[in-house]
Design a protein around this ligand. Sequence first.
Ligand code: ADP
Ligand code: MG
Length: 221
Amino acid sequence: MNAPTDVLLEALDVTLEYDDGSRRVRAVDGVSFTLARGMFLGLVGPSGSGKSSLMFLLAGLRPPSSGEVRLLGKPLPASPDASASARREHVGFLFQEPFLVPYLSVRENALGHTTDAQASARLDELAAEIGMADKLEERPHRLSGGERQRASLLRALANDPELVLADEPTANLDQTTGRAVIDLLRRQTRAKGLLVVTHDPSMLTGADRVLFLRDGRLVEG
Ligand SMILES: Nc1ncnc2c1ncn2[C@@H]1O[C@H](COP(=O)(O)OP(=O)(O)O)[C@@H](O)[C@H]1O
Ligand SMILES: [Mg+2]
């Protein structure tokens, strides 16, 4: 059993219902789990099973319809605006659809307009590990899908977050580059927390635990 301070992330019976006017969709249905410090957790499940919805809840990007998410022992505020500072400070989030500011370079997307030499040098090292060293000054429209995904990864890791939530980080990558991305994620979060959503279980060989999601519920593997 880990001491409470060693629990980075907790989902307590969280549910998310979408209401798009005509119908309600229960995308996440009573999910509970704990992610302790140092842990690499995998999440797999078929398309539409609620993986991305769960990730949004965990990052505080959507409030749960019921239940609670606790980050570093504190409940995430219900409103995404109120949870923004906790998210910015502690969580690196990698969206399934890479999201980059089009008029900024990869480096600027990751670091903003910081002139911090140490942060910049660290970014160079991270980029080199995943074959992005020569893309840092490019704008997103000049990148391939896989490169945009890796650029988003660099941004997620840039401020050395306590917890990284990565939604399909290897979806547009070949096996070798996918492996490099997972290895990098793992190494950067070894004393922290990592949750990786993937449809490719071979990417989760190093995971401490794998959760299976089906119709919004956790099921036994
Ligand atoms: N913004 C939304 N509004 C209504 N329904 C949604 C929305 N986003 C996702 N859904 C529905 O919720 C379910 C889970 O979707 P999602 O979390 O994207 O699953 P996954 O990431 O596992 O493919 C699906 O039935 C999907 O159609
Ligand atoms: Mg998804």
